[in-house]
Design a protein around this ligand. Structure first.
Ligand SMILES: [Fe+2]
Ligand SMILES: [Fe+2]
Length: 186
């Protein structure tokens, strides 16, 4: 999707900001509690296994490009194991028996919003400070794509009648980020 096609659930649907902000703002987003050491460790372990999965798939591509099919397959097989390890951690973080479509959409939108409005802008600022131009561009681009993903999830939530469960401030922050992007494009 090009940056001119960033979905805006606030205008692409009948929903208005007022409607969103009048929804149940106290509704839990479904975020996993990380208030114990074990909860934080599970998130860290999930992160590590997830990274191993993507890293090994990337290494497999490199090995294949260099003509070593055997090593490429070794990395791909191991990557599958890492996915199973990551899913086992996720089962403890977000127990599947407790999940609903609205919860997973809210969690997904929340994660993308965090990336777009908090994580990437902070990373971008630090990359600017360190003069790493390639990383600055990468972080800017990914912030835009995370916003697109947040919009897609919020739109799906609206379609499935679940948007009221997405905390109102997420919708407001999404609109603010979208306005900033639109202004930057003019
Ligand atoms: Fe593992
Ligand atoms: Fe994303």
């Amino acid at each position: 999707m090009s940056q001119n096609q960033i979905p805006n659930p606030l205008t692409d649907s009948e929903a208005t900001l007022a409607e969103l902000t009048s929804s149940d703002a106290t509704a839990k987003s479904g975020a996993a509690p990380v208030d114990t050491k074990t909860a934080a460790n599970l998130m860290a372990a999930f992160g590590g296994e997830s990274m191993a999965n993507r890293k090994y798939l990337y290494f497999a591509k490199i090995a294949r490009r260099l003509g070593n099919e055997e090593v490429a397959k070794l990395f791909e097989e191991t990557a599958n194991h890492e996915t199973a390890h990551a899913f086992a951690h996720l089962e403890l973080i977000y127990p599947s028996a407790e999940m609903t479509v609205e919860k997973v959409l809210a969690l997904a939108a929340e994660g993308e919003m965090y990336e777009s409005v908090t994580m990437y802008p902070n990373f971008e600022r630090e990359a600017i400070e360190e003069g790493n131009e390639a990383a600055v561009l990468e972080f800017q681009e990914q912030a835009k794509e995370s916003l697109e993903h947040a919009g897609i999830f919020q739109k799906a939530a609206k379609r499935f009648g679940a948007l009221k469960r997405v905390e109102a401030f997420h919708a407001a922050r999404y609109q603010a980020a979208l306005d900033k992007l639109s202004a930057a494009r003019v």
